[in-house]
Design a protein around this ligand. Structure first.
Ligand code: FPP
Length: 256
């Protein structure tokens, strides 16, 4: 964590917006479960996809806010391995939304020095979406600012099982001994290898569950649940979450 006062800020407006975070520590890594798009839409008599569209707009603002605040890593749960159970039209719309976001926002993200990476298996996405995503990865590969990770077709249990398989393979091949398997080796077998564990996990919509997201990585993460539906989640809610995070005492199982 770094003192907020010393972080890089990109826009003058960010200075104004971030006034109430002065003397606060910003977490290095924030992970977000962006939940409640459907309920937000239903409450307004709108189709679910309208909720997802508003969710994409909220996501754009939160990415900008995290960059302005100097957050190093932002991981967004965008499509889970379980989300394939949804109606085909909704899933197709979500891929179109991914296409739209990357088409409209990629230049700004490049300009902001954001590096985009993906957790999850993108080979199951439509070809056009894979191409858009791959282009975004390539265009931002050498950027050194905010690391923006989209969990797309991601499920933590699947990630863990694949990690177990890769370790078992190494043991079977003789390149790793059973006694050498430790937390570090296992962490390295996951899609998040090289990324520090989240400091703060935010979930919107009032539901208090993890839904197969980063199960290994959140062992000591501070959990923060808010009632707002994801399309309602604004920069000030993010700042509230950071305030709450600052008020917590992290002991990692030890004593103060
Ligand atoms: C959960 O709300 C939200 C999702 C499954 C999709 C989230 C996606 C976005 C915010 C935009 C994605 C865009 C990009 C570029 C990655 P829900 O539909 O489960 O809401 P509900 O629980 O109220 O039904």
């Amino acid at each position: 964590m770094r003192p907020f006062g010393r972080i890089r800020k990109r826009e003058d407006s960010a200075n104004k917006d971030n006034r109430n975070l002065i003397n606060q520590q910003v977490p290095d890594h924030i992970a977000i479960i962006m939940d409640g798009n459907g309920r937000w839409a239903k409450a307004r008599g709108l189709p679910r996809i309208a909720g997802h569209h508003s969710g994409m707009l909220a996501m754009r603002d939160v990415v900008r806010a995290c960059d302005d605040l100097g957050i190093k890593y932002l991981t967004l749960y965008s499509f889970s391995t379980e989300n394939w159970k949804r109606p085909r039209q909704e899933i197709e719309y979500l891929w179109r939304l991914v296409d739209e976001f990357f088409a409209l926002d990629i230049l700004e993200l490049v300009e902001r020095n954001v590096r985009i990476t993906i957790l999850g298996d993108t080979t199951e996405l439509p070809n056009a979406t894979q191409a858009t995503v791959n282009r975004a990865l390539q265009m931002t590969a050498s950027n050194t600012g905010l690391r923006l990770q989209f969990a797309l077709n991601y499920g933590s249990r699947k990630e863990i099982l694949e990690g177990v398989q890769s370790i078992a393979r190494m043991v079977a091949e003789g390149s790793l001994r059973l006694e050498e398997i430790n937390e570090e080796v296992f962490s390295h077998s996951l899609a998040t290898k090289g990324i520090p564990d989240p400091d703060l996990l935010i979930r919107t919509s009032g539901d208090q569950r993890i839904s197969n997201f980063l199960l290994w990585q959140i062992a000591y993460t501070e959990l923060y649940f808010v009632e707002e539906m994801w399309p309602e989640f604004k920069r000030r809610h993010l700042e509230d979450a950071i305030h709450a995070y600052n008020a917590r005492e992290r002991r990692f199982g030890g004593l103060k």
